[in-house]
Design a protein around this ligand. Sequence first.
Ligand SMILES: CC(C)(COP(=O)(O)OP(=O)(O)OC[C@H]1O[C@@H](n2cnc3c(N)ncnc32)[C@H](O)[C@@H]1OP(=O)(O)O)[C@@H](O)C(=O)NCCC(=O)NCCS
Length: 184
Amino acid sequence: MNGKTGGFNRFPWSNMKNKDYSFMPEAITRSDISDVSSAIKLRKFKISDLDQILKIEKSSFSVSYAYSKERFKSLYKAHSNDFIVAEKKSKVIGYIIAYNKRGFLDFDSIAVGKNYRGMGLGSRLMNFVLESFKNRGFKKASLEVNTANKRAMFFYKKIGFQIKKTLKRFYKDGTSAYRMEKFI
Ligand SMILES: CC(C)(COP(=O)(O)OP(=O)(O)OC[C@H]1O[C@@H](n2cnc3c(N)ncnc32)[C@H](O)[C@@H]1OP(=O)(O)O)[C@@H](O)C(=O)NCCC(=O)NCCS
């Protein structure tokens, strides 16, 4: 993930009741796409979600890595269809930002609220995006993860990503990243 120190399948899309392949981010014309079984809805980000997203961000990343309000706003401006949130009873509990970067699906950031981790939501967000872009004809996904963040790396490996390269001093603080890729 870009600038993040920030990695299955408990909620495979094939198990979703709403299996109509309108999952493509730009095709989310209904405000919500929901998995009734889990009561957690995935939908596009709205500006009114910002404060809740910032709380999740602060509890997920250290100060030097957490995205600012301005960063989220500019990501939203540039990628409004590709900024997805997970919502439970009107509470935003996670988000993912991933978009087309030179023909590849590039994962920019993902975070799940602390109380909701380890329950498959991160996987569900990743799979949602992977499936959406696959349906749009994308063949490959990539991301960067800090070499020190073994947990995230394990998470991504579980989703099927493989380490392709080490990017020395990738982050501003001089730490390195692994580039991980997956065919979709
Ligand atoms: C990484 C993150 C998004 C994963 O979300 P999640 O909802 O907890 O992930 P899941 O429940 O779908 O986990 C899927 C698998 O990943 C692995 N995994 C996830 N979190 C893990 C952890 N903390 N330690 C070890 N393995 C972990 C597990 O193998 C898990 O599968 P299992 O429970 O069947 O063993 C979440 O932990 C998070 O928000 N972390 C802080 C932000 C971050 O580091 N983002 C990534 C870099 S930008």
